[in-house]
Design a protein around this ligand. Structure first.
Ligand SMILES: [Zn+2]
Length: 344
């Protein structure tokens, strides 16, 4: 099993100061990986800059110039919570380029799967606007690149970040070749991702939103994958699966209210890997989105690599959240989404 990761210290240079999305996130992941047994078994891919042509597959020239100009003026803010530092434009080009490198390695067969450990994250960035800590939409750019360069007929994006990937949804909303599936916390930032947003025109049905009440944990996500995500991906028949991998659904994460454990992320990753093995010769690419508790983030990413390497027994050092409250009942929601998308 040839598994790769994309990383470069350039990703530390997007300087957001005292912000939840800061350089310590990827630094903590790298320190964690270096201490684990998986470290010797994963192959480093050095990122490259995405070209202007590649970024323009998703973003408008005007928006790209806006980010570049803001960085070259010494930085500032795109919105209340999205910071641009002097190096951020360059780093964002490397984040998109790194995800493209991962895609290239997996499609040309030099790797079975790869995880781009990049920042800034991407899934909130839409065609003409950055927001929610995101400058350029790394996953959307990499998927648009696959469509453009490799002409693969069908691509699945699974976005298990706790926030809805509004940017990714927008980019592919009328593209029937891309199935975008998002699990996210309902009534939470950025407010999009309701069940009735399903794509438009020829692409009706190729956006699947699964907005979950806060308090859902491993068992509820297991239901979601079993009842909706697995049948939907099998029915669509992708040639590659790309994952917007956000770990802010972990119970310890301060930015949301989900109760996933590391074991829950392992379970989801195993399912996604099995689907990739079954449907698309194992072609699977992860790109880092959120995850703000450094201990949970680094251990969850470490566990993801263990799944990709095919390891059986994966320890969850942080365990489960012990709670008196019962988890929300999502049976009705599952029925509703299955009805909308004709999943039987
Ligand atoms: Zn998030």
């Amino acid at each position: 099993m040839r598994v790769g990761y994309v990383y470069d210290p350039i990703y530390l240079k997007h300087d957001t100061g005292n912000h939840p999305e800061n350089a310590n996130r990827v630094a903590a992941i790298m320190r964690y990986l270096e201490r684990t047994g998986s470290w010797q078994q994963i192959n480093l891919l050095k990122p490259r800059l995405a070209t202007m042509e590649e970024i323009s597959l998703v973003h408008t020239k005007q928006y790209i110039s806006e980010v570049e100009a803001l960085a070259s003026r010494g930085g500032g803010q795109l919105d209340l919570d999205t910071i641009v530092s002097p190096d951020s434009y360059n780093v964002a080009l490397y984040a998109a380029g790194g995800t493209i490198q991962a895609v290239d390695a997996v499609i040309n067969g030099s790797l079975n799967s790869a995880f781009a450990l990049v920042r800034p994250p991407g899934h909130h960035a839409s065609t003409g606007r950055g927001m929610g800590f995101c400058l350029f939409n790394n996953v959307a750019i990499a998927v648009a690149y696959i469509l453009h360069k490799y002409k693969l007929e069908r691509i699945v994006i699974v976005d298990f970040d706790v926030h809805h990937g509004n940017g990714t949804q927008d980019v592919f909303y009328s593209n029937p070749r891309v199935l975008y599936i998002s699990t996210h916390q309902t009534h939470h930032y950025p407010g999009t991702g309701s069940v009735d947003q399903i794509g438009e025109g020829e692409a009706r049905g190729t956006t699947i939103n699964i907005p979950l009440p806060s308090g859902c944990g491993d068992e509820e996500y297991n239901q979601v994958f079993g009842q909706i995500i697995i049948p939907a991906i099998r029915c669509f028949g992708p040639k590659i699966i790309v994952v917007s991998a956000g770990y802010d659904g972990h119970w310890s994460d301060g930015l949301a209210g989900m109760h996933l454990s590391i074991a829950g992320f392992v379970q989801m990753t195993r399912i996604i890997k099995q689907l990739a093995d079954e449907l698309c010769d194992g072609r699977l690419v992860f790109s880092l989105e959120g995850g703000y508790n450094l201990t949970a983030l680094s251990a969850s990413v470490g566990a993801t690599f263990e799944v990709l390497l095919g390891k059986e027994d994966i320890e969850d050092k942080l365990g489960q959240l012990s709670l008196e409250d019962k988890a929300p009942n999502i049976t009705g929601l599952m029925q509703l989404i299955k009805g909308i998308h004709c999943i039987h």
